[in-house]
Design a binder for this molecule. Structure first.
Ligand code: FE
Length: 346
């Protein structure tokens, strides 16, 4: 078989049209991720996902309140496919504001620890972390510590370090206290804890650990993974700060409820325009491969029991988790904020 000149021209024209159609934006596979997460590992995960699937992840990063407001303003035309947060309370809030849709596919949570799964079916847990105590190796004995409640004890006067009450990690912890202890007991606790502060709240979790190293306080409330990040830092000051403290999981004794945990989770936006791509990204982020990348880069805990923590984290041992329904971290949020304000926690 052979072509004459005019056939060849037609063939080239068809080929050119075909290439044009393929490179058209409409056929580009994308997923739009609204993200409250703020860790270097996230881009690594999205690049890895794109390599595997050809689906490009567009990330819009901001704090959770800004992203919720944005989704609300955009309404039905929102380009958001996924909303990922570092605080399950914000996922509950988004679901409460009708900004999410249920994932309606139980295979998405297969292999995930039962107690971390949303009973309402809106969000899928991606990692979890505990808000723990760390203490000065020089000035505190492990046996001095026991529970969150004990931080109200006068023996801690002028010794406690913690960031501001506007931070969602603290708001989630306070929500868990309201849910577990009731409002009155939590208000009394807050008033006492504020009177034990070593200084007015400032800085992030890492700064509290550095303040212990600098002798400005003795005990700090921080998220567990920041200790892993400090110890593995390339900055000597951070490594030294990490080495100056030890990790303590509160409320572990028999009859105690366990340490407060929070979930970094992901949910489908109500009108997700690229829903099938979004589901694929959820599947990737909860895959064994991605879970392994998380634990070894951010020192968070995997939501799958078969994925072991990083060696640094493993050294702290296992701990009992507060079994509270994680949606309570959102449901009791307004009470938590009111208690912070009434207690003068800046
Ligand atoms: Fe964080």
């Amino acid at each position: 078989m052979c072509f004459n000149k005019s056939d060849m021209k037609k063939l080239f024209l068809l080929l050119a049209l075909f290439i044009l159609a393929c490179s058209n934006n409409n056929s580009e596979q994308i997923v739009n991720m609204y993200s409250q997460r703020h860790y270097d590992v996230d881009q690594l995960q999205y690049d890895n996902f794109e390599k595997k699937t050809g689906i490009k992840v567009n990330v819009i990063k901001a704090n959770a309140d800004e992203l919720i407001q944005r989704m609300k303003n955009e309404g039905e035309n929102s380009p958001a496919d996924l909303f990922i947060t570092v605080d399950v309370g914000k996922l509950w809030q988004a679901s409460d504001m009708d900004l999410l849709q249920k994932y309606n596919d139980d295979s998405l949570t297969e292999g995930i620890t039962e107690s971390l799964i949303d009973p309402n079916g809106f969000w899928v847990p991606v990692t979890y972390r505990s808000r723990i105590l760390v203490y000065s190796n020089e000035r505190v004995k492990e046996s001095d510590l026991s529970t969150y409640e004990d931080l109200a004890n006068q023996k801690w006067k002028g010794r406690l370090l913690v960031r501001s009450s506007s931070n969602s990690y603290n708001q989630a912890l306070m929500s868990s206290l309201v849910a577990n202890l009731g409002e009155e007991a939590t208000q009394n606790w807050t008033n006492a804890v504020v009177s034990n502060f070593a200084r007015d709240p400032k800085g992030n979790d890492r700064d509290q650990v550095k303040a212990i190293a600098a002798g400005q306080g003795d005990v700090a409330i921080v998220n567990s993974y920041y200790i892993g990040l400090l110890l593995s830092s390339e900055n000597e000051e951070e490594v030294n700060a990490g080495k100056s403290i030890s990790v303590f999981f509160p409320n572990q004794a028999d009859g105690e409820r366990g340490s407060h945990i929070n979930v970094s989770g992901v949910a489908l936006a109500k009108n997700a325009p690229n829903k099938s791509n979004a589901v694929k990204l959820i599947e990737y982020l909860t895959s064994d491969e991605a879970q392994d990348i998380y634990v070894n880069n951010t020192y968070e805990y995997s939501v799958k029991p078969n994925i072991e923590p990083n060696d640094i984290v493993k050294e702290w041992g296992t701990f009992k988790k507060d079994p509270l329904d994680l949606n309570m971290l959102g449901i009791r949020r307004n009470d938590a904020i009111r208690i912070f304000d009434a207690g003068g926690w800046k």
